[in-house]
Design a protein around this ligand. Structure first.
Ligand code: NAP
Length: 300
């Protein structure tokens, strides 16, 4: 049974998950590149480690959720990385959004040390992470999945098993392709509605009930109307994911003709300085081109 867990990467997603592990009663060790973010966890009884290698020594389970491939490279493979501290019999779970090929590379490196590995990325954002309502996908050895499932159940509302390593990472990219296209559709639609002089509150009332409704469209649409771009999922991370999806789909010769349009808008929004804002700030590059600002209460 799993009793001791290390969580590495206390960003928007990791901090919620680590809090829920503490609440569930696990003995928790935390590590984060910016050490400041460990302090609230230390106050709640977590051990704070100085390096990833130090964080993972002698715990049953190691979990991490890091920005991108570079972060995984440093935290897993780097000097003082997880691989230099982890030992036979331990289990590691990567919850970051990375390429399936990266998950496979991790699996190989861990296997050489006798360590079990699952890729287990998530859907949901900062709020779902804090409220233990994530939608989790996991892939790797089935027996290991069954062993860690009770832990994942403290973090998410659903957990889907995807078979061999890399498949959960692939599912995450499939899902984020859909998310990226939905966000682009929302932004284009709202700018068009604004240009057409429609009452945007009424537009959102329709978006909420019509047969194309989705929670993602509703929450992002409402926040755009309030000009609330506070970050749950950073625009720069959505651009990172769009680039990963492009690489992944190219490697499989699977057509994604709409994706370059989204990549282009995301790049423009980042160039305008909105990379740290929420992904919904993608609309700002379209607004600039259209010469409008989408905001509630501006119908003509
Ligand atoms: P975030 O708030 O930016 O946090 C990123 C974490 O990665 C931080 O702990 C950061 O450390 C760490 N990190 C970045 N570069 C690093 C490096 N070179 N070395 C060591 N640590 C590094 O991001 P997030 O929103 O939590 O996202 C984390 C992952 O989950 C990403 O892969 C993202 O695509 C995925 N995801 C996000 C969401 C979402 O809605 N936010 C939803 C699903 C999946 P510092 O604190 O030192 O910067």
């Amino acid at each position: 049974m799993i009793k001791t867990i290390s969580y590495l990467g206390l960003g928007a997603m990791g901090s919620g998950m680590a809090s829920n592990l503490l609440k569930a009663g696990y003995e928790l060790t935390v590590w984060n590149r910016t050490a400041e973010k460990c302090k609230p966890f230390a106050r709640k009884g977590a051990r704070v480690a100085n390096t990833p290698a130090d964080a993972v020594r002698d715990v049953d389970l190691v979990m991490y959720c890091l920005s991108n491939e570079n972060a995984v490279e440093e935290v897993v493979f780097g000097p003082e990385g997880i691989l230099s501290g982890i030992n036979e019999g331990q289990t590691a779970i990567d919850m970051s959004t990375v390429l399936p090929a990266t998950s496979l590379r991790e699996r190989e490196a861990y296997a050489k040390r006798g360590v079990d590995f699952l890729d287990a990325p998530v859907f949901g954002s900062k709020r779902e992470s804090a409220e233990a309502k994530l939608w989790i996908m996991a892939a790797g050895n089935k027996a290991i999945f069954e062993k860690v499932k009770p832990v994942l159940e403290h973090l998410g509302q659903t957990i889907h098993y995807f078979g061999k390593n890399g498949n959960a990472a692939a599912m995450k990219l499939v899902g984020n392709l859909i998310v990226a296209l939905e966000m682009e559709a929302l932004a284009e639609g709202l700018v068009l509605a604004q240009k057409a002089g429609l009452d945007l509150n009424t537009v959102m009332k329709v978006v909420k009930v019509a047969d194309f409704r989705s929670p993602l469209l509703v929450s992002n649409g409402q926040n755009i109307l309030k000009r609330d771009f506070s970050t749950s999922f950073a625009l720069k991370l959505m651009l990172k994911d769009a680039d990963l999806i492009a690489k992944f789909s190219e490697s499989l010769e699977s057509p994604t003709p709409a994706l370059p349009v989204v990549q282009n808008n995301l790049e423009s929004a980042v160039a305008l300085g909105f990379g740290e804002e929420n992904a919904s700030a993608l609309i700002k590059s379209l607004e600039k081109e259209a010469g409008v600002e989408v905001k509630a209460g501006r119908s003509r």
